[in-house]
Design a protein around this ligand. Structure first.
Ligand SMILES: [Zn+2]
Length: 833
């Protein structure tokens, strides 16, 4: 039985009229902690059966019908379902086949106790699926429901601790593929469409439910008895063939490793993955159906060791989530960091043995510490474990503190209690809470029982308070480096800070944290810094030639520089230029080139850039040509095209781009060519329109072509055209492809154009709250970071400071994002020489 749309509209309207008196009973938007707790107490045994009819055209609506069965153990209040879409999208609500009364308000469907009974209930809801989290393109769509976005698509109890089973049926255009968490049960034809019916899943959290459908290529492989299917869009068959076996093998290796470490077999029914162009993250861990950013897995021919390692790491990371996050899930999203830290922690353990040529201590150092410090040194930093009053704000919890600092802290915990005890504790944790939920303090409880150490106190400082400790050289002979006065009183950071010392004449030089393990800012004096650079990578020296030592000192010097506590920008640039030829390690080379570019664009005045232009171009160009390592060559290529400004360098870039110049062993992929074309355009020396048109015409991949078409106006030499591009971003529909928007923003705000981009800053901040509502979870951070990345003027940071001043009640999380984004421009404005 189905009632017609107009009747439903009237019913909804009437209920809205009659229920205005009971507004106080309507829950607030999103899922508040109270609603979460109440539902957890009163509802269990939830099963969703969802049918969606997906049309071929992306602007046609998706009709759905679902059956929710659940057990209700109290009838003292109304039942609240989450549905964050247009209220007219609810067509009918039935209980056990009978129409029942309901109300739609504040992104919820509220059903009075009259329509329900104690014990087992079955609701059937007809609806139009909301598009907000369906990422619909002409040829495909995919869901991304983290954190509470499932309710933008269909009605449900959208909170992680109400795990449920999902049975999905998709009716899709002929010729499309479809994939979801459950395995494919049947595929039939019905009135010109194809119907995919998926098997019921194991109990999973709502943010992990997923499906993708569309024109995907598909390839299957069984590795060590484990069948896997890969779905992808890449049209370059050679690229796919070059990568696919490695992608399957990396997954198989990760899963076996995890089964062994946890002593728990892969906990879900089947294992597939979908590679999506311009996917919002590196990957998303939907059980049985991981989604990845296609470009993170399909590497170019001359991919660097870093890129290979990053690929292995993202695969290991998402695979680890099958246990850490999917099998055992956080109870509430404030513990989201926990699944991320476990995934990173496991990924590091999994990936190490596959890359014996890499120095993993160094990699861990450079992959985590600099990014963590980038946030932790700012006024907008946050503790690892944060308060969260409503799930609608959960997206703002994500960031470098969760992804980068938390793994450092977890490694410290393992060092503190030992690897064996750690593994035992994690095993117990996974078994105790399988297919269920747990909190950080549940794990701390398990560990605390097994060790005499005070783990709770350690956790209170490192996990529950923000910021990083600072250490100065002390006269205390035993410790040598002592913690500076802390911003939080009586806070002691439990950690040991080591040092190396070198005797130089009458003087003794000190190098703090030489193994790069301790976390914080470690001050170095100018004599030690200067000695370090003069003797960089000195052959035969057991300390100076150690890569981890070099990495740790470079990080110390950079942190000192940013605090006005080291070399000035010009000195530092000279040090980096002298150091690069002495560095052959790819990770350290990348780190140095990153610092070179920051110094170059943010900390040097135009006049100084002029002074060093030819030298910087010469050093990077020569090293690009001289190095034999293909990965390092690519790094130098990227650095060269970013710092190049002279006519001569422009000629080189243009010749590389139009292939009249070839550097031995440097292969440029389509993406390299596109980014080279962009860099040429921003320099504005040639015929910008012709360059971009030529590149557009020669770009074969349709997704990259579409992305280029979107981005090109942001590169225009005509300021009015750039203004129009920025204006267009104010409409949410023009921000749907977030990766494209970020490309455009970084062009608009390129340091060479930062003067004309100042006027975009305030409107960009004015949009931020709306962006949080309409965009994906990482988007507010990326939006603000990219907006400010090219700026280093006091004028730019004043705009942000004024904005925050004018909005004293601005949401805490977003305020932090702004403070984080302007930290580097503020330091640059202060230190610019
Ligand atoms: Zn993750």
């Amino acid at each position: 039985m189905k009632i017609s749309c107009w009747l439903a509209l009237i019913i909804v309207f009437l209920f809205q009229l009659t229920c205005t008196d009971h507004k106080s009973k309507i829950p607030e938007k999103g899922v508040s902690y109270q609603l979460n707790e109440r539902r957890k107490k009163t509802i269990d045994s939830i099963r969703y059966n969802i049918q969606l009819d997906i049309p071929g055209k992306k602007n046609e609506s998706i009709k759905g019908i679902e059956t929710i069965s659940f057990n209700l153990n109290a009838l003292d209040s109304a039942l609240v379902l989450d549905f964050n879409s247009d209220s007219t999208h609810i067509i009918s609500v039935q209980s056990e086949g009978e129409e029942i009364e309901f109300e739609v308000a504040n992104q919820h469907i509220v059903i009075g106790p009259g329509g329900l009974k104690k014990g087992h209930n079955t609701l059937t809801i007809g609806f139009i699926a909301g598009n907000l989290s369906l990422n619909r393109s002409d040829e495909y769509l995919y869901t991304l429901f983290v954190t509470d976005r499932a309710s933008t698509c269909f009605p449900l109890f959208d909170q992680p601790n109400l795990k449920a089973t999902y049975s999905l049926t998709l009716s899709i255009p002929d010729g499309w593929e479809a994939v979801s968490n459950g395995s494919l049960k049947s595929k039939t034809s019905r009135s010109g469409k194809c119907v995919f019916q998926f098997a019921e899943t194991k109990p999973i959290s709502s943010y992990l439910f997923a499906f993708a459908a569309g024109k995907f290529f598909k390839t299957e492989k069984t590795v060590k008895g484990r069948p896997m299917t890969m779905y992808y869009r890449e049209t370059d068959a050679a690229k796919v063939n070059r990568n696919k076996d490695e992608i399957f093998n990396l997954h198989a290796k990760s899963l076996s490793w995890l089964e062994n470490y946890t002593s728990i077999p892969y906990p879900f029914e089947k294992f597939d993955f979908v590679l999506i162009p311009s996917f919002q993250y590196g990957g998303m861990e939907h059980p049985g159906s991981i989604f990845y950013n296609e470009s993170a897995l399909f590497l170019d021919e001359n991919a660097s060791v870093n890129e290979k390692m990053a690929r292995a790491s993202v695969i290991a990371h998402e695979s680890a989530h099958m246990w850490f996050g999917d099998l055992v899930t956080m109870d509430w999203f404030n513990d989201v960091w926990l699944k991320e830290v476990f995934a990173n922690f496991m990924a590091a353990k999994i990936v190490h043995p596959s890359f014996p040529e890499i120095n993993h201590e160094l990699r861990f150092l450079l992959a985590h510490y600099p990014s963590a410090y980038e946030v932790d040194r700012t006024a907008g930093t946050n503790p690892i474990l944060q308060d969260l009053g409503n799930l609608k704000n959960a997206g703002t919890l994500y960031g470098a503190i969760i992804y980068m600092k938390a793994p450092i802290v977890m490694r410290q915990l393992e060092r503190k209690i030992g690897g064996k005890l750690m593994r035992e504790s994690l095993g117990e944790y996974l078994k105790n809470y399988a297919y269920s939920n747990a909190r950080w303090d549940d794990l701390i409880g398990i560990i605390d029982k097994k060790t005499p150490l005070d783990i709770a106190d350690w956790s209170n400082v490192w996990v529950k308070t923000p910021g990083m400790p600072e250490y100065t050289l002390s006269n205390e002979p035993k410790t040598k480096y002592s913690q500076k006065q802390d911003s939080v009183s009586n806070r002691t950071w439990q950690q040991t800070v080591g040092y190396k010392d070198v005797k130089l004449g009458q003087k003794r030089l000190y190098f703090p944290n030489p193994d790069g393990i301790a976390y914080g800012y470690f001050q170095m004096d100018s004599a030690s810094t200067s000695y370090f650079f003069r003797n960089y990578n000195k052959a035969g020296d057991s300390v100076l030639s150690k890569p981890v030592f070099r990495g740790a000192m470079l990080v110390n010097v950079w942190e000192g520089f940013l605090r006005g506590d080291g070399p000035d920008a010009e000195e530092f640039l000279k040090d980096v230029l002298l150091t690069l030829p002495k560095e052959k390690d790819p990770l350290l080379t990348d780190y140095l080139l990153g610092r070179l570019q920051s110094l170059w664009w943010s900390f040097l005045s135009d006049e100084k850039r002029n002074k060093y232009q030819s030298e910087v171009e010469k050093v990077t160009w020569n090293l690009l040509n001289e190095t034999t390592d293909k990965g390092i060559k690519k790094s130098y290529f990227r650095a060269f095209k970013r710092v190049a400004l002279s006519d001569d360098a422009y000629q080189k870039m243009e010749s590389l781009w139009n292939k009249t110049l070839v550097v031995k062993d440097l292969t440029l992929s389509e993406e390299d060519k596109i980014s080279l074309a962009y860099d040429l355009a921003i320099r504005g020396k040639g015929d910008v329109k012709a360059i971009l048109q030529t590149q557009l015409d020669s770009t074969k991949n349709p997704d990259r072509k579409a992305r280029m078409q979107f981005v090109i106006p942001s590169l225009s030499q005509d300021e009015a055209e750039r203004d129009a591009f920025f204006e267009s971003l104010k409409k949410p529909e023009n921000r749907e492809k977030e990766a494209w928007v970020l490309d455009g923003l970084s062009n608009l705000h390129h340091p060479l154009r930062s003067g004309s981009a100042i006027k975009y800053l305030r409107p960009s901040l004015d949009l931020l709250q709306e962006i949080q509502l309409t965009g994906d979870i990482f988007f507010p951070t990326r939006w603000t970071n990219t907006t400010f990345s090219g700026h280093s003027s006091a004028e730019a940071t004043h705009i942000a400071a004024k904005f925050l001043h004018e909005h004293p009640g601005y949401p805490y999380f977003l305020r932090n994002k702004v403070l984080q984004a302007i930290d580097m421009p503020q330091r640059a404005a202060r230190l610019k020489r």
